[in-house]
Ligand binder design. Sequence first.
Ligand code: HXC
Length: 275
Amino acid sequence: MLVTRYLAKDLFNGKTVFVTGGGSGINLGVAKNFAALGANVAICGRTREKLNAAAAELSALGAKVCAVAADVREFGALEKAFARSAAELGPMDVLVCGAAGNFLVPAETLSPNGFKSVIDIDLLGSFNASRASFEQLRATKGTIIYISAGMAYMPHAFQVHVGAAKAGIDMMMKNLAIEWGRHGVRTNSIVPGPIEGTEGMKRLSGEAQLAKLINGIPLKRMGTVDDIGQAAVFLASPLAAYISGCVMVVDGGQNLAGSALFNMGAEQMLRAQVG
Ligand code: HXC
């Protein structure tokens, strides 16, 4: 884990980090980066087995861990989860809102309930977590990191529900940066690019498209969960003490509009022009 090569292993000693959806994927990767730097880590999710496996991985990194089964769509369940993590690990210093749902579907066949379920998990779930954690974060002068997506600012076909949810998250994050800054609470978003080995990638891209996808990324590789974990660690650290209301894109340049054009033939055209 690169994070321990460059940062002091006690950077988050005595701090408590809560990651919603922390049982797998990007969110577990984020939780592990904090655990490696000494944080106490709490996670919640809907699947007990995933939570148990994740808790074992986090404990193996030396973290004190609290894993609670809770659905972010239920405000009361989050209130209970946060109270329990505070009792076991101390008040929250960092909240990572990572719980999300996704599937590819053309807008004309997406049911209203399908649209609603992603809005509820991603957007309402992020609000629920922010709202339920506020008193703890105010007390610690803590910080919130939202896991957004490129769909928030670059429209993608078959992702109308996710684009709406993630754009909502980023604007909510900016509203909260204004309202809660006076309490010393910072809020920021991370926009991950395609991250290898995650559920999101399984749902959004088949093996056959991977080479094309990687070719469209200026840095010519997929991201890793550690790429996102390192960005989260930075945003939660004292190095980012004056950063609030910021959308940090961590995608190897993938969502730059010019990148797609460049890779779809504009490179040859431009080279011909410059000789
Ligand atoms: C069309 C679908 C669908 C699909 C579900 N629905 N899957 N519609 N295509 N593939 C519809 C259902 O028909 C139903 O509507 C409604 O959505 C709710 O479905 P449920 O299965 O009852 O919902 P629920 O059990 O709450 O599950 C939520 C979920 C599910 C989002 C639908 O996929 C889930 O739990 N996902 C969590 C894991 C996940 O998605 N991870 C990837 C996150 S990646 P009707 O009308 O029939 O009642 C990510 C990154 C984004 O978010 C950006 C990446 C770059």
